[in-house]
Design a protein around this ligand. Structure first.
Ligand SMILES: [Zn+2]
Length: 440
C-alpha cells in the first residue's frame, strides 16, 4: 500500500523565508551576476535579479546537479560540482556563484558526495531549505556543525558561517523507508508547483541480464582532455591548505553515511495548465531485480516502483543518469527501464562527469551508448513490454564542459506539452492525474 504524506510546516516556512530573502536582495550585484551566469542575461532582470516568470529554465552544473528557475522560483537539484576549484576553470563557476544565486530550496537526490557535497554550506549561507531523506538530513546538521569549527571557512569574511545558523532540512522519506511506499507531496514551491517525491533505487551492479543483447559501446575519456583542460587548485584543501581552499564535503567524520544510497526522485508539476512536468532522479537502480545500493530487494520492489511511475502525472522533461554502477554488467538498461516507465517527451542526461563510468570527457561515447541501449530494448522480450522508437523521448544531450551553466529554457505554456490528439500523452488523462495527486 502507498500512503500520500504531506510535509506542510516546513514548506510554508520556506516560502516565507524566500519572500523575505528576495526583498533583501534587490539591487544585489552578486545575485544578479550569478543568476545571469546560470540562467542567461536575457532571462534575468538587470535591476532586481528576478528571473523570467514565464519560463522553466534548467542550467546544468556538472554531474546530476542543476540550477532551476521554475517561474522565477530558484532551486538547486543536488549541490555537488565536478572539479570545483578555487577559480573558474574547466568548471566555469565557483562555490560562491552557487551561494550568490540565493536558491530558496535545495533538493538532494541522495547523500553520496557526488550529490550532497556543499549542501550544508549553501543552506547556511543562503537560508535555503534542504529536502532530503531523514538519514541525509541528520548528516546535513552534522556537516554544518563541522564547518562552523573549520578555521578555513570561519577565518574568511566571505565564507564565514554565522555561529547561530542552523540547517533547515525537511525529511522527505523516513529512516529505512521501503522504496515506492511513501509518495510525499512537498509544499516548497506552492502555489506555483506541486512537488511529488518518492524513494526509488540507487544504482547497483547486478548479474548480466540475458534478455537483452550486450551493449559493447566502448566508453573512453577523450585523451585530449587532460591537456586541453589543465587541473587548477581544487576547492577541497591539500595539506597545507592553499588560499581559497575549504572543505565543504558532506559526511566527513560522520562515519558510515546512512543516507548515502537512499535515493529519492522528485517530480515538479506546474499547477497552471497544461501542467508542465519535470522529473529528476540522480541515480537509477535495477528495477527488474528490485535491487539498489543499500536495498537488497526483490522484483516486487521494482514492480511497485514501475507501477507508481506509470500512475504519476505524465512527465514532460526527464533528467536521469546515463552512467550507473550497473554499467559493467548491463550498460544503460536501468536508465531505459525508468524512461519506459515514465514515457517522457524530452530526456536530458546526467551523471556523465563523475561516477563508475562517467568522467569528464566521456560524454560522446555515453551518448552513443544510450542510443544503442534504447535500440537493444525496442522489441518486447519476456517480461519487458518493449520501447518502440516511436515512443522515445527527444534526447537533448549535454556535453562537458561546454554545456555547463548554459540555460535550457522551456515555455510551460507551449502547446507541445498538451496534445489531446496524441494517444501517448492525452491531456485529459494528465489533468485527472494532477487532480488525483496534487489536490489540497
Ligand atoms: Zn550515489
Amino acid at each position: 500500500m502507498m500512503a500520500l504524506h504531506t510535509r506542510v510546516a516546513a514548506g510554508a516556512l520556506a516560502f516565507t523565508l524566500a519572500a523575505a530573502a528576495f526583498a533583501r536582495n534587490e539591487g544585489d550585484a552578486a545575485l544578479i551576476a550569478a543568476r545571469q551566469k546560470f540562467f542567461g542575461v536575457e532571462n534575468v532582470d538587470v535591476v532586481t535579479g528576478a528571473v523570467a516568470k514565464d519560463k522553466v529554465i534548467l542550467s546544468w552544473l556538472t554531474n546530476t546537479t542543476y540550477a532551476v528557475s521554475v517561474r522565477g522560483r530558484i532551486v538547486l537539484l543536488d549541490t555537488f560540482a565536478t572539479r570545483l576549484e578555487v577559480a573558474p576553470g574547466r568548471t566555469n563557476f565557483v562555490i560562491k556563484d552557487m551561494v550568490d544565486l540565493k536558491p530558496e530550496a535545495l533538493f538532494l537526490g541522495h547523500g553520496h558526495f557526488d550529490h550532497a557535497d556543499n549542501a550544508a554550506y549553501i543552506a547556511a549561507k543562503t537560508g535555503a531549505e534542504i529536502f532530503a531523506s531523514q538519514e541525509t538530513c541528520e548528516v546535513m546538521r552534522f556537516d554544518l556543525e563541522r564547518m562552523k569549527k573549520d578555521p578555513l571557512i570561519q577565518g574568511n569574511a566571505v565564507t564565514r558561517i554565522d555561529p547561530a545558523a542552523t540547517v533547515s532540512c525537511t525529511d522527505v522519506t523516513t529512516t529505512g523507508s521501503v522504496p515506492g511506499t511513501q509518495l510525499v507531496r512537498l509544499r516548497a514551491l506552492e502555489p506555483d508547483v506541486c512537488i511529488l517525491a518518492f524513494r526509488h533505487l540507487h544504482s547497483v551492479l547486478v548479474p548480466r541480464d540475458p534478455d537483452f543483447a550486450a551493449n559493447t559501446t566502448p566508453v573512453v575519456v577523450d585523451p585530449r582532455d587532460a591537456t586541453l583542460f589543465p587541473i587548477g587548485i581544487r576547492l577541497t584543501p591539500f595539506n597545507p591548505p592553499l588560499p581559497g581552499q575549504m572543505d565543504l564535503r558532506s559526511a566527513i567524520g560522520f562515519g558510515p553515511n546512512p543516507g548515502g544510497p537512499v535515493a529519492i526522485a522528485y517530480q515538479f508539476v506546474l499547477r497552471d495548465d497544461p501542467h508542465f512536468t519535470l522529473l529528476w532522479q540522480n541515480s537509477a537502480g535495477a528495477l527488474k531485480e528490485g535491487k539498489g545500493n543499500g536495498w537488497d530487494g526483490t522484483p516486487a520492489d521494482g514492480a511497485r516502483l514501475v507501477a507508481l511511475m506509470r500512475r504519476l502525472p505524465h512527465t514532460d522533461v526527464h533528467l536521469a543518469p546515463v552512467s550507473t554502477a550497473n554499467y559493467p554488467s548491463n550498460a544503460l538498461r536501468d536508465t531505459v527501464m525508468y524512461q519506459e516507465a515514465l514515457r517522457p517527451k524530452v530526456f536530458l542526461p546526467g551523471h556523465h562527469t563523475t561516477g563508475t563510468i562517467g568522467a569528464e570527457g566521456s560524454s560522446a561515447p555515453l551518448y552513443v551508448s544510450l542510443l544503442k541501449q534504447m535500440s537493444l530494448m525496442e522489441a518486447p522480450v519476456a517480461q519487458w513490454p518493449g520501447f518502440p522508437r516511436s515512443e522515445w523521448p527527444d534526447i537533448r544531450w549535454t556535453t562537458d564542459p561546454t554545456d555547463y551553466a548554459r540555460p535550457i529554457a522551456f515555455d510551460p505554456k507551449e502547446r507541445s506539452w498538451r496534445r489531446d490528439d496524441d494517444s501517448r500523452w492525452p491531456n485529459w488523462d494528465k489533468q485527472n492525474r494532477v487532480r488525483q495527486f496534487c489536490s489540497n
